[in-house]
Structure formats: C-alpha cells, structure tokens
Design a protein around this ligand. Structure first.
Ligand code: NI
Length: 205
C-alpha cells in the first residue's frame, strides 16, 4: 500500500470513528494511529481552553482575543513536509467557499515547533496560504499548555538530514464565538467539507 493510500485509509477510519462518537483516534502524521487517552474527546467536553500565545506582530494574545469569531484551530509546524501545507491549503479553500460568511471566521495555526517557528517565520508562512489565517507561536511552555488543552500530541523526531521533524496529531478544532469547542474535523477534510461543516453554525449564530 502506498503511503498516500495508507494515509487516506487511516484518516478515513479516524473520521468514521469520530463520526460514530464512539472512539477518538489521533492520527499521527507519517506514522501510525494512536489511541487517544482522552475518553471524553468524542463529546469534546474538555477540548480547548484558555491560552496565552504570541502573534506574528509580537502582540501577546489569548483565547479571549478571538471571542466573537468562529475559530478553526489547527496545530502543526512550518517545516512540516506535507500534511500541514495540505491542511492549511484546505482551510484557505474553505475561506473562499464561505464567501461573506468568512467574516465570522478566524482560522488559527498554532505551531508545535516554537524553536524554529518564530513569530516572523510563522507569520510569513500562513500568509502564503491566506492572509486571513492567524499564525501563533510562543514559549515552549506556552505551546505545551495550549497543546494540553486541545489534547494535541506532538513529538520531535530526528530526521535523516540531521535536523528534526515533529510528529503531531492533525485535527481542525471548531470553536464557537464564546470560546466553546463544538466540533472536530480530521486535518485531511477538504475545503468544501470544512465550509459545509461550519456554515450551519455561522447561519445559526
Ligand atoms: Ni504537519
């Protein structure tokens, strides 16, 4: 089975299980499926939460900074070879498809590699996908704290070139304008599907 087919299969299985509400699977980029430790991830009862991070312009931001917007929160890193760029591209596509509804939405990309993803690096990176995507970084401790709130797995791995990659779970978290978690989407969700998934929320708010 090719890597792509395997990836599609794993993400489909993850989507199916998440959709069934029975079990959450964390998809680890390029590696394997990993049973989530979070028993209540399916209900999302405790996903998301307060954070303090740093924006590309150097401002300190918190979860409170984004109240009033529907958030699409995604964790990754700018050196990610394939999965993060694909997901950010899908999010950018979703923004286009949402048309006027996009005004109600703020996509946020939070790095799991703050060592390399300085605010300048992440700011430039997200802008290449869509200037409306917000790139956030922070100290190792700030990133660890927000990752814990969202139950995000991330783990640096040595790379063949002597550098490192960062394995990380890949989900898009939909947060409502009051800061409450409402939905989780696999990172592989297409732009059309992302737009379709959040449009009813925007319409109802
Ligand atoms: Ni990635």
């Amino acid at each position: 089975m090719t890597a792509i087919r395997r990836l599609l299969l794993i993400t489909s299985v993850a989507a199916l299980l998440l959709g069934s509400g029975m079990l959450a699977i964390v998809f680890i980029e390029g590696r394997d499926i990993h049973p989530a430790t979070a028993a209540n991830t399916a209900t999302g009862a405790s996903l998301g939460g307060p954070f303090t991070l740093v924006a590309a312009d150097g401002r300190t931001v918190t979860d409170q900074s984004y109240r009033g917007k529907w958030l699409l929160v995604y964790f990754g890193y700018t050196y990610c070879p394939d999965v993060c760029p694909t997901t950010l591209n899908n999010i950018a596509q979703a923004l286009v498809r949402l048309g006027a509804d996009t005004r109600a939405v703020t996509p946020i990309f939070i790095t799991v590699d703050p060592q390399r993803d300085t605010r300048q690096v992440i700011g430039q990176y997200v802008k290449a996908f869509d200037p409306r995507i917000v790139g956030l970084t922070g100290s190792q401790a700030q990133i660890a704290a927000v990752a814990k709130e969202y139950r995000v797995y991330y783990e640096p791995q040595p790379a063949q070139n002597g550098g490192y990659l960062v394995d990380h779970s890949s989900f898009i978290y939909v947060i409502d304008p009051h800061g409450k978690f409402v939905k989780i989407l696999p990172g592989s969700t297409s732009g059309a599907e992302i737009a379709a998934a959040i449009r009813p929320f925007i319409a109802g708010s």
